[in-house]
Design a protein around this ligand. Structure first.
Ligand code: NAP
Length: 283
């Protein structure tokens, strides 16, 4: 029996429509994306985010700065955006050019305007179990699981990947939903030993088909965050053959990907509510 596909597009469209309605009621919601340099992949991501924001009615600004922008100039620009009453949410597209200290830039965004949830205060609140602004992809993963009524309480969840953007936040969110979480990474010995025990498997690695079908537990739930560009097109971290073993699985493309942008827009609305005092930050 083939797994039920956990498609991201229909849920993402619903969320985006809800966000558009919230933005309509709020009035002006300002989202500024900042891209330093002309990395082609970043350019594609920024375009997609900007287009989605405009469609949802945000006052969206696509700020482009030259690749040789100094760290001091970028910090000055962020100061300006932090102070601006027209700006609710700020997104600095990563990676930044090598001469700029990424950690310093992430720290320079006002936490309540940090739509990506990367600021140490937002990461720390999540760690402490008081999520304020949580990065979009992990929230997208959780929303897909909720949409399909996947029981998390007491389930064994295995997350592969420990990045600050995906793996670690997913680990915290699953654990806060009362799953028992195992976190695997590139030093994990015998990955299959863990994945075969996973009621819920989240792969966020960036290695095509790292998880083969025979590494997946029968009737489990598989969330494939991986987005790997190959000659065969966009593929995930999980071999599609796993569809024959899992009970639920996200497709790639069309699974977690569309959820990321939808959840990012939700975060921007949350930032707007913080700035208007409708929500207390961190709350
Ligand atoms: P990352 O920062 O490169 O982290 C990758 C993680 O995978 C690291 O923790 C690494 O372990 C681990 N890893 C690497 N090789 C491994 C192996 N052979 N076995 C087990 N673990 C291994 O990547 P990321 O930013 O988290 O992104 C992960 C994937 O998700 C990428 O394909 C990315 O394109 C995709 N992604 C998708 C979306 C979306 O919207 N769908 C959003 C963000 C990212 P170490 O820590 O030990 O190095």
């Amino acid at each position: 029996m083939s797994a039920t596909l956990m498609k991201g597009k229909p849920l993402a469209e619903r969320i985006r429509a809800e966000v558009a309605e919230e933005v309509r009621v709020l009035g002006h919601v300002g989202l500024v994306t900042v891209l330093v340099g002309d990395d082609p992949a970043s350019d594609v991501y920024i375009r997609l985010k900007h287009k989605a924001a405009v469609e949802a009615g945000f006052a969206a600004t696509d700020l482009r700065l030259p690749a040789d922008t100094s760290e001091a100039d970028l910090l000055a620009k962020l100061d300006e955006l932090n102070a601006s009453d027209d700006v609710d949410a700020i997104l600095v597209q990563l990676p930044l050019p090598k001469h700029i200290d990424e950690a310093r830039i992430i720290r320079a965004v006002t936490p309540s305007k940090d739509v990506d949830g990367f600021h140490p205060l937002n990461a720390g609140e999540l760690y402490l179990g008081r999520p304020a602004i949580v990065s979009a992809t992990p929230r997208g993963v959780m929303a897909l699981l909720a949409e399909h009524n996947i029981e998390l309480d007491g389930a064994h969840a295995v997350v592969i990947g420990r990045s600050a953007i995906v793996g670690k936040p997913v680990m915290h969110l699953l654990q806060q939903a009362n799953a028992t979480v195992t976190l695997c990474h590139s030093h994990t010995r015998d990955l299959a030993q863990y994945t075969l025990e996973a009621d819920i498997l989240v792969a966020a690695v960036g290695v095509p088909a790292l998880v083969s079908a025979d590494m997946v537990k029968d009737r489990s739930v598989v969330v494939d965050v991986g987005m790997n560009r190959t000659e065969a097109g966009l593929v995930g971290d999980v071999d599609p053959g796993a569809l024959d073993r899992a009970a639920y699985m996200t497709p790639v493309p069309g699974g977690v990907g569309p959820m990321t942008i939808a959840c990012l827009l939700q975060n921007a609305v949350k930032c707007a509510r913080y700035r208007r005092g409708e929500l207390a930050y961190p709350g």
